[in-house]
Design a protein around this ligand. Structure first.
Ligand SMILES: Nc1ncnc2c1ncn2[C@@H]1O[C@H](COP(=O)(O)OP(=O)(O)OP(=O)(O)O)[C@@H](O)[C@H]1O
Ligand SMILES: [Mg+2]
Length: 227
């Protein structure tokens, strides 16, 4: 069943399995969208054979998804397990290559970017992973985990300032900044999820993706846009 809900606070819930209606009921928006997704498609090939792999079909993980995301908006994608929510998030991060379709970040189609241009865009679209147990390296301290994005984008935080920035991020997500030298196993599941969020916020992204799964059959994928 098609479902696209928008409220006064400009948040949206999209049924990932459904066709999306026209944005007739959308609240008034100013400026250009941060993200524009157009007819996004991802088919994973199904193969058979060991030496000679031949294609016997495809999993249509994402099949024609379109939406706009404006500054300050929060958008949730809701659908049953396996309906393609995480795949959409990975396509937005260009961690998967789209079969077809376009993802415009501030007007530029990022599905066609590579090298330095892609790296620059990735700084602004961050992901919070679904499973805090497997997405945090158990051998790294929380400080190293949250500060790791600064190794890739050193221009965001000079080396001497990183510890302070990490402690600031711990505070932002409601964790004690003094926990900076602890390891992931010393935190609860919810606290680990917050460590992932702090890492996602480290580079001051314009947009971040978070995937979460409810224990029941319905799953949710929520994307957040920040200023
Ligand atoms: N690398 C892959 N190769 C083949 N099929 C894949 C691959 N990744 C995902 N899929 C398939 O694509 C479909 C969508 O997967 P996806 O992980 O996006 O689902 P989801 O909506 O996030 O589910 P959940 O709520 O359980 O996290 C599933 O059927 C999955 O089996
Ligand atoms: Mg998922």
């Amino acid at each position: 069943m098609a479902e696209l809900k928008k409220d006064e606070a400009q948040s949206e819930v999209v049924d990932a399995t459904a066709e999306q209606p026209e944005a007739a009921s959308a609240p008034a928006r100013r400026g250009e969208p941060i993200l524009q997704v157009r007819n996004l498609v991802k088919h994973f090939p199904l193969t058979q054979g060991i030496l000679f792999r031949r294609k016997i079909g495809a999993v249509k993980a994402v099949d024609g998804v379109s939406f706009d995301l404006y500054k300050g908006e929060t958008l949730g994608i809701v659908g049953e397990s396996g309906c393609g929510k995480s795949t959409v998030a990975k396509l937005l991060m260009t961690l998967e290559t789209a079969t077809s379709g376009e993802v415009f970040y501030k007007g530029e189609d990022i599905t066609r970017l590579s090298g330095r241009a892609l790296k620059a865009v990735r700084r602004n679209i961050q992901m919070v992973f679904q499973d805090p147990y497997t997405s945090l390296n158990p051998r790294m301290t929380v400080g190293d985990i949250i500060g790791e994005p600064f190794d890739i984008h050193p221009e965001v935080a000079p080396k001497g300032d990183r510890r302070r920035r990490v402690q600031e991020l711990l505070d932002v997500v409601g964790l004690n900044p003094e926990y900076i030298n602890r390891y992931p196993h010393q935190f609860s599941g919810g606290q680990r999820q917050r460590i992932g969020i702090a890492r996602g916020l480290a580079l001051n992204p314009r947009s971040s993706s978070a995937t979460s799964r409810s224990p029941r059959s319905t799953s949710r994928c929520r994307r957040r846009s920040s200023t």
